[in-house]
Design a protein around this ligand. Structure first.
Ligand code: PBG
Length: 329
């Protein structure tokens, strides 16, 4: 036998030397949920280890994460039902608790890089990412709200906007709105290939933001999020996002869509991000609780696989756990 591949696996030293892929804490973005109030830290039932934080405790959490080497945080507000309306008007009100919190955060922890979703769902009484009018999710009218939201977030100090709504033309619309308002330095990480996935339900529990059937529209997002059966359609979305001025492209979910991550990595020069979503997190937690999987090993292998498929950046609820292990704490 001339070729014995096992020779390259024979010792820890050789295995480490030949390791192709590495995940480091600086590659991870930590999504965090927020609620209005003080001194609140409420666990999300379907996401053990993830909480909704009031602003005071969020600041403490972010400070701790910064010490562990996490640099970037994606913040999501849970809005009380009574404050939602069909126009999602709270989304661009500069006095809403979310934008106030971001202002305070950027003042007190300026080194934290802050990302924020641009989509209507947390603020919309219909639970959809776009406006529901006349029995449809209306695209172009939604862009106007997204534009106001983006500028309000930029004004509050958000570093990276994440349009997650899947309306057509939104990246260009937001880029223009930001530039006209003088926010040329604010980045756009587009949710480029965002699938109509069943893996978002724990996130929707966290924000109480499940899409509702309204005006005859079903309670799903299939007219704007992509069909999980389609791979090539991701290229159409990516072409548009590149042309429209996106700085980074995202694939979501991650683990079940590694082929799409690889496809975008092979076709585009922009950094590729992948969102290891709430359902992917919940599955690992549930199996680990049953004693059926080794949580730490599965977490590491999951993140490694997403990176190996081509993701430069991973948004993951495991960020803090991973960072702790890396930091030996
Ligand atoms: C909102 C949004 C969703 C997620 C991120 N932004 C849910 C959805 O589109 O319904 C999902 C994140 C996760 O499941 O972890 N537009």
């Amino acid at each position: 036998m001339l070729r014995r591949p096992r020779r390259n696996r024979k010792s820890a030293a050789i295995r480490a030397m030949l390791e192709e892929t590495q995940v480091q804490t600086r590659h991870l973005i930590y999504p965090l949920f927020m609620i209005e109030g003080r001194n609140q830290k409420v666990e999300v039932a379907s996401m053990p280890g993830q909480y909704r934080f009031s602003t005071d405790l969020l600041l403490k959490e972010i400070e701790e994460c910064l010490r562990l080497g996490i640099t970037t945080f994606d913040l999501f507000p849970a809005i009380a039902d009574a404050k939602k309306d069909k126009e999602a008007s709270l989304s661009y009100n500069p006095d809403n608790f979310y934008l106030q919190a971001i202002r305070q955060l950027k003042r007190e922890l300026p080194e934290a890089c802050i990302m924020s979703d641009v989509a209507l769902d947390p603020y919309n009484s219909d639970g959809h990412d776009g406006l529901v009018r006349g029995g449809k999710i209306v695209n172009d009218e939604t862009l106007e709200v997204l534009g106001k939201m983006a500028v309000a977030q930029a004004e509050a100090g958000v570093d990276i906007l994440g349009p997650s709504d899947m309306m057509d033309g939104r990246v260009e619309y937001l880029r223009n709105a930001l530039d006209e308002a003088g926010y040329t330095e604010v980045s756009i990480m587009s949710y480029t290939a965002k699938y109509a996935s069943a893996f978002y339900s724990p996130f929707r529990d966290a924000l109480d933001s499940a899409p509702r059937s309204a005006e005859g529209i079903p309670g799903d997002k299939k007219t704007y999020q992509m069909n999980p059966a389609n791979q090539r359609e991701a290229l159409i979305e990516a072409d548009l996002d590149v042309a429209e001025g996106a700085d980074m492209l995202m694939v979501k979910p991650a683990l079940f869509y590694l082929d799409v991550i690889k496809l975008l990595k092979d076709h585009y020069d922009l950094p590729i991000a992948a969102y290891n979503v709430s359902g992917e997190y919940a599955m690992v937690k549930a199996a680990a609780r049953q004693g059926w999987l080794n949580e730490e090993a599965v977490m590491k292998e999951s993140l490694l696989s997403i990176k190996r498929a081509g993701a430069d950046i991973i948004l993951t609820y495991f960020a803090k756990e991973f960072a702790r292990l890396q930091a030996g704490r």
